[in-house]
Design a protein around this ligand. Structure first.
Ligand code: GRF
Length: 189
């Protein structure tokens, strides 16, 4: 059994399936992390309901999320002894200040096989390009969008008759499996 679980913070903007997967795994006795804080830049994000249901502390960011607010947030995260910040569908760009402050501590999950298809609408772009595979990537966050050091990837085969919805669903399923495992591994190392 794990004596003391490491605290992680999860940053979201939307539905929160990755958040849910991280929380579910964290409840296992053998899991070495705990979701201690959920931060959203959208006050109506569905993921916030998941956090509240699990009695996890939440925080809503202001629309502008300027440097002073980021500095304050950094302090709060340090005080809460947060070991890793996991971005899970967080649609706001973090400032270089924040990224530097938590160097190698901010992790993101992206729905493509990076370095291919950085940015938005990854699945439709992969389908249009007639790729054989799509998938997801977990990487460290750096100042350049979706370009930090890659930690793990999971390939998903694109089927002949794939629709956007079907492909997205299969990739998301893999995201939800991979993210908790990678965080456990990072906490262990
Ligand atoms: C995921 O596809 C993730 O890779 C991307 O945004 C989506 C978030 O989904 N960065 P969810 O909110 O975790 O369900």
């Amino acid at each position: 059994m794990i004596k003391k679980k490491a605290n992680i913070a999860v940053f979201i903007s939307g539905r929160g399936t990755n958040l849910k997967a991280l929380i579910l795994r964290s409840k296992k006795k053998k899991c070495n992390y705990k979701v201690a804080y959920v931060i959203s830049n959208k006050k109506n994000a569905d993921g916030l309901k998941i956090a509240k249901k699990n009695k996890i502390l939440t925080k809503i960011l202001s629309r502008s999320f300027l440097k002073t607010e980021q500095k304050k947030l950094a302090k709060i995260l340090i005080n809460k002894n947060i070991k890793f910040i996991c971005l899970a569908g967080f649609m706001k760009i973090l400032s270089p200040y924040f990224i530097n402050f938590f160097k190698n501590k901010i992790i993101n999950i992206h729905p493509s096989l990076l370095p291919k298809y950085k940015g938005l609408n990854t699945h439709i772009r992969a389908l249009k390009a007639k790729e054989k595979f799509s998938g997801c990537t977990i990487h460290y966050v750096s100042k350049k969008l979706d370009s930090g050091k890659i930690i793990a990837k999971k390939k998903v085969k694109i089927l002949k008759k794939d629709s956007l919805k079907k492909l997205e669903k299969r990739v998301l399923k893999e995201e939800n499996k991979l993210y908790p495992l990678v965080i456990e591994k990072l906490v262990r190392s």
